[in-house]
Structure formats: C-alpha cells, structure tokens
Design a binder for this molecule. Structure first.
Ligand code: NDP
Length: 262
C-alpha cells in the first residue's frame, strides 16, 4: 500500500499546479480561487486578455504573483492548447490538476439551429476537453499522477427545449470522462466530472431575469434556490485532492437535488 497523508492533509493542494480553463469569470474564477485557497499554484485562462489580466491581478493580490499565472488561449485550437501546456510545464511547473471548465451556451430551437453554431458549441464544450485533456494527460501519465475534472451540467442527463447542442456536448463530456478513465486510470490519473445544476452567473443571467423561468427553476429544484459558484468549490477541491484518489470516472451532480425528482 502506498503512503497516504493523514486525514487532515487530504485536501491540501500546496504547491500543486492547476490549470482552470475559462477562469477569467463565472464558475471558473471561483474554482480557481478555491484551488488557490487550498494551496495550489493556479494558471488562469480565457479568451479576452483584458478580463483575464484583471482576474489575474485580483487573485495575485490575494495569493501572490508566484501563485497566480494567466495564459490566454483558445481551448478549441489544438496548436494553442499544446503550446499552453508546454509553457505551463516549462515556466510554472508540472501540471497536476486540470479543470476543463470553459464553455458556451447557445439557445435556439433545434429546427433553427445553424450547423456552424452546433459546431461551435460542440467544439467549445466537448472537443476542448479532449484537446486540453489529452495534452495534460501526455504529461501526467509518465509521472503516474494527475487529476482531470470536467465541468459538465445537469444537461449531461436531462434535456430541455432550445439547448440541443449544449445537451449533446455535455452528454458527450460525461461519456468522455468515462473513456478517459478507461484509458488513463491505470496510470494513476483520476478523471471525474462535476455536473452543476442552475448556477447564477453571466451565462444564466437572462434566465434569472426571466420571471417565468426563474419560478420554474425554484419549483423544480428541491433546495428551492439557484446554485452559487461557491457551491461547486468544495466538490472540485475534493476531486482535485488526494481525498478522491479512488474516485474514478464519476459524474457528480451538484444541483440542489434537481436530477433526483420529476
Ligand atoms: P461564463 O460565460 O460566465 O464564463 C465562460 C468562461 O469560459 C469565460 O472565462 C470565457 O472566457 C471562457 N471561454 C469561453 N470560450 C472559450 C474558449 N474558446 N477558449 C478559452 N476560454 C473560453 O460561464 P459559466 O461560468 O457560467 O460556465 C462555466 C462552465 O460551467 C461551462 O462549461 C458551463 O457549461 C458550465 N455550467 C454552467 C452552469 C450555469 O448555470 N452557469 C450550469 C452547468 C454547467 P472570456 O471571458 O475570455 O470570454
């Protein structure tokens, strides 16, 4: 049996390098802060360079410039992904934790869904996890350890009108989590997914503002509230830590109970 830390140290991420894609705002930003609070050295990512720098600077103010880094790149661009992972390994340190969080939504009835929008959502919400996950795993596998956390959605198992591409992508992400586990778990990697319910962020602001939708969500969620980005922090820190070393290929629903009721 391998040496294990004491129970109190199970969630300590001190010195471990973590990349969180799409962490300039929203859920990703909160996850980056939570991982940094647990001791990780964090690499932030996003597309908009000004927003990314603002977030880097705010987090560096709290945790120090030597703990917070930023790398703008498009998670759908294979070459940009590969050079970002090289940069992290050379300039920051060995990548230990990857959170595939970057994602987009596109709300339109399926009959009106343009193929280019279908492709854009599939690329950003699913193909990106394959590209970044593969580049990260290539480095993690020879070292025999690493954590990959894919941010899925309740739409990984529930459909709703108007978000077909997103639903297909998140369902695919759940299965990709299992496929990564099938191939990489024996090399000491743990790959799991977190499936958030309805979380109040910029992506969902229009739904929060829609009175009918808002009251439907409240009625449909046993916890009777929207989730907050902080509701996802505990599960992600756990999945990033030694505390989850025998958790493999799972999709964990953080949804106030939405997926257990009709
Ligand atoms: P936001 O729209 O608030 O933030 C999206 C983030 O992803 C931003 O940092 C954005 O960067 C980045 N991003 C988008 N496209 C790319 C790209 N091609 N390359 C790099 N970065 C990119 O989203 P949320 O925080 O709401 O969602 C985060 C994740 O959580 C998504 O995967 C989403 O599907 C999932 N989720 C969200 C739920 C919710 O209720 N909000 C519920 C369930 C799942 P930039 O700022 O530069 O545009």
């Amino acid at each position: 049996m391998s040496e294990k830390p004491s129970p109190g140290a199970l969630f300590d991420l001190t010195g471990r390098v973590a990349l969180i894609t799409g962490s300039s705002r929203g859920i990703g930003r909160t996850l980056a802060e939570a991982l940094a609070e647990a001791g990780a050295i964090v690499v932030l990512n996003g597309l908009n360079e000004d927003r990314l720098e603002q977030t880097r600077s705010a987090l560096a103010h709290r945790f120090g410039d030597d703990r917070i880094f930023a790398r703008p790149f498009d998670v759908t661009d294979e070459i940009a992904v590969s050079s970002a992972i090289d940069w992290i390994e050379n300039e920051v340190g060995p990548l230990r934790i990857l959170v595939n969080n970057a994602g987009v939504q596109h709300r339109v009835p399926l009959l009106e869904l343009a193929p280019e929008d279908w492709e854009r959502v599939l690329k950003t919400d699913l193909t990106s996890a394959f590209l970044v996950g593969r580049a990260a795993a290539t480095r993690m596998i020879p070292r025999g350890r690493g954590k990959i956390i894919n941010i899925a959605s309740v739409q990984a198992s529930l459909a709703r009108p108007g978000i077909a591409a997103y639903t297909a992508a998140k369902g695919g992400l759940r299965n990709l989590t299992m496929a990564m586990t099938a191939e990489w778990a024996a090399s000491g990697l743990q790959i799991n997914a977190v499936a958030p319910g309805y979380i109040h962020t910029e992506m969902t602001q229009s739904l929060v503002d829609d009175e009918t939708f808002n009251s439907w969500i409240m009625g449909r969620t046993p916890a009777n509230r929207w989730g907050t980005t902080l509701d996802l922090a505990g599960p992600v820190v756990w999945l990033a830590s030694d505390g989850s070393d025998y958790v493999n290929g799972q999709t964990i629903f953080i949804d106030g109970g939405m997926t257990v009721v009709v």
